[in-house]
Design a protein around this ligand. Structure first.
Ligand SMILES: CC(C)(COP(=O)(O)OP(=O)(O)OC[C@H]1O[C@@H](n2cnc3c(N)ncnc32)[C@H](O)[C@@H]1OP(=O)(O)O)[C@@H](O)C(=O)NCCC(=O)NCCS
Length: 164
């Protein structure tokens, strides 16, 4: 039998949600692929991490065509807030590429980016994707390499590969 809290979380975030452990016990942070992303909230998150804006209708289409769209939510029973995001493209069998990994600056440095990546990889591994890649900005290479991502051996740039 599910506890009421878990039932509430399932209603808001779908079956496959994952609660992130945080140092602040007052705060619940939830990863989900099923809760719909509000494009304006996503835009605010992208603004907050300093990314340039894209037309919302193009973003909507990009999300629709993505293999996986993951939101990290600050739980609130009435107004969950989007505080993190990642998405993947690919065929879901042989290849997947991770894009647009972001955690809102107010929530950075608490292990959430790492948990977001673990969640993304768990989902891709469950699909049995053979190869996962991403393109890291130079200032973020250390974030990924500390998690076991390796520099793509041929090009020696910022592309990484990971074989589950
Ligand atoms: C990169 C980002 C997602 C990391 O999120 P975060 O929640 O702050 O990361 P975490 O707290 O989970 O950090 C996990 C570990 O990575 C380290 N780390 C975080 N950002 C790092 C960076 N830019 N470079 C090197 N190491 C980094 C942390 O110190 C931590 O180390 P520890 O496990 O030894 O304590 C976040 O800083 C962000 O959204 N940045 C702006 C957008 C961006 O650049 N995205 C990546 C595009 S390629």
């Amino acid at each position: 039998m599910l506890s009421p809290a878990a039932t509430d979380l399932q209603q808001l975030y779908g079956q496959g949600y994952r609660l992130c452990p945080t140092p602040n016990g007052q705060l619940s942070l939830v990863l989900s692929t099923e809760r719909e992303i509000d494009l304006y909230e996503l835009e605010q998150l992208c603004d907050a991490v300093g990314w340039s804006r894209r037309p919302l209708r193009r973003v909507r289409k990009a999300l629709q065509h993505s293999l996986l769209v993951v939101g990290l939510w600050r739980h609130d029973p009435r107004f969950p807030r989007l505080v993190g995001f990642a998405r993947c493209t690919g065929d879901g069998v042989i290849e997947a590429t991770v894009w647009d990994v972001a955690v809102h600056p107010l929530y950075q440095g608490a292990g959430l980016g790492k948990q977001l990546m673990v969640y993304v990889l768990d989902l891709l591994k469950a699909m049995q994707v053979e190869r996962i890649s991403l393109f890291a900005d130079p200032g973020v290479v250390g974030f990924y390499s500390a998690q076991g991502w390796e520099l793509e051996p041929q090009q020696k740039r910022c592309a990484f590969w990971y074989s589950p």
